[in-house]
Design a protein around this ligand. Structure first.
Ligand SMILES: [Zn+2]
Ligand SMILES: [Zn+2]
Length: 181
């Protein structure tokens, strides 16, 4: 969707000079309305920087577990301007943080089992260290709550990571796929 979807009253210019969007508006006025009846989760991603409340400088994202909607911004993940050279690193951070929030919306809590997308994080360097992949235990939790086709999911993940040139995640999904085949 184009950025013109945000009305003036939910936008502001930050101290650093870029335009920001009120995160709660994205949940309440964009995502909840568009969430299909049979969807468990609808996750929005945006290039615009987000803020949660007037007194806050920014936020990476915001979610409502009750409504099953969330939004995350790629803006802060580039450590500056988003360019061709830092795009993949920024995209990977966005995928990790969005997947983690989606995991919570499926009722999965923080993971202590292995290096996993559901590990709790306090900083971007921790996010960089954690893998985008759910560990075997978290994959089983997910699969016990919605009985999806595990092989099909892994194959689709593998194709996605291949297309995005995310090589660590590509080889991990290949490894997982080899185990179920
Ligand atoms: Zn968490
Ligand atoms: Zn896990």
């Amino acid at each position: 969707m184009p950025n013109t979807i945000f009305p003036e009253k939910v936008k502001r210019i930050s101290k650093e000079g870029q335009e920001q969007v009120l995160a709660g508006y994205v949940l309440d006025s964009i995502l909840i309305k568009r969430k299909p009846k049979d969807a468990i989760v609808l996750m929005g991603i945006t290039e615009k920087d987000l803020f949660p409340l007037p007194e806050w400088n920014y936020v990476f994202g915001l979610a409502s577990y009750e409504d099953g909607v969330g939004v995350a911004s790629i803006y802060r993940f580039a450590d500056g301007q988003l360019t061709d050279s830092n795009f993949n690193k920024s995209l990977l951070r966005l995928i990790k943080i969005s997947s983690h929030e989606i995991g919570h919306m499926f009722g999965i809590s923080h993971c202590l089992n292995a290096n996993c997308v559901m590990n709790g994080t306090n900083s971007l360097s921790e996010t960089d260290y954690h893998l985008a992949r759910a560990c075997s235990l978290c994959q089983r939790k997910l699969n016990s709550s919605i009985h999806y086709d595990n092989k099909k999911r892994l194959l689709e993940l593998k194709n996605f990571f291949e297309k995005q040139h995310l090589n660590t995640e590509l080889s991990l999904s290949q490894q997982d796929l080899n185990l179920v085949q």
